[in-house]
Design a protein around this ligand. Structure first.
Ligand code: GLU
Length: 290
């Protein structure tokens, strides 16, 4: 099967060296295998996305010598597809509406009888407060004024025959299988939010649907998303979508060893460009040969 990779930045700040590394790896993998490289703009969070950052992304990528093979897809145009997937999950009985605030959740998880360090790949592990809102009958209409959470114990029942779930991880040509067992699903991932009242779909659901719609075979991204990938695999299985191969790469860090953030302008590609660096210099800075 021909390889299809993508670089999927959020237009919420300047691209920095870490983004360049990710984009180079995904691009080079496609080019080395006669595959296809795509750029997707992850602007689902419209409160933070800005056109000026999107323009800067295209400009920086072109300057780095990266070209993409199909028109850019933006998540902000994909709401109908996200809604269809939510409707399917709702009809399958694996969602429940939730009106908890962040504060409700943090108060509930820090109650003495609960585990105080209950943090999973999606933040605080949901304590289950609104689970009783789960529809008893799947034909009830899906509410659009509340967040929707995955009802993990029902999802586990539905996926029972596939458990444990696994996916392929490939690093430097070595492939290994990552296993996700039932106890991880139940106690570490838990009832994650798939749709927010103010934002439509969550990152997790949109990224899974976009990768599937774009036929991505190989997802190249930072190792900070390794645990989130486990959420993505659960969603792929629930929605009957293929699971790509994942390549979680090391993070590029600053001199103090901290991972780079969008606000870290000193490492922005634009800053290096302005200082006279060449694209080959950027490749070298992230440890790739020019
Ligand atoms: N949009 C995410 C970011 O900018 C990347 C998501 C992904 O690669 O799956 O960090």
């Amino acid at each position: 099967m021909a390889i299809r990779t993508r670089f999927a930045p959020s237009p919420t700040g300047p691209l920095h060296l870490g983004h360049a590394y990710s984009a180079f790896l995904a691009h080079d993998m496609a080019r080395a295998n006669d595959g296809t490289f795509l750029v997707r703009i992850e602007d689902i969070d419209q409160s933070r996305a800005r056109p000026k950052w999107e323009d800067q992304i295209y400009d920086d990528l072109s300057w780095l010598g990266l070209s993409w093979d199909e028109p850019v897809v933006r998540q902000s145009t994909r709401s109908p597809a996200y809604k269809d997937a939510l409707t399917k999950l709702w009809a399958d009985g694996v969602l429940f509406p939730c009106d908890c605030t962040r504060r409700d959740i943090s108060e509930a998880v820090s109650a003495p009888q609960e585990n105080e360090t209950a943090i999973g790949p999606d933040g605080l592990i949901y304590p289950g407060t609104c689970r009783h809102h789960a529809p008893l009958h799947p034909n009830l209409p899906m509410p659009d004024n509340m967040a929707l959470r995955l009802f993990m114990s029902r999802a586990i029942t539905r996926l029972r025959e596939d458990l444990p779930l696994d996916f392929n991880e490939r690093i430097f040509g070595n492939t290994s299988t990552v296993r996700i067992d039932e106890s991880y699903l139940a106690s570490i991932i838990g009832d994650i939010v798939l749709s927010r009242r103010d934002m439509g779909t969550s990152y997790h659901l949109s990224v899974v649907l976009d990768d599937a719609a774009q036929g991505i075979t190989d997802v190249v991204r930072g190792e900070d998303l390794f645990e989130a990938t486990k959420i993505h695999v659960v969603l792929q299985r629930l929605l009957g979508l293929a699971t790509p191969t994942y390549h979680h790469h090391r993070l590029i860090r600053d001199d103090a060893g901290k991972r780079l953030a969008k606000r870290n302008d000193a490492r922005a590609i634009r800053t290096y460009r302005d200082a006279g660096a060449s694209p080959a210099d950027i490749r070298q800075m992230v440890g790739l040969s020019a």
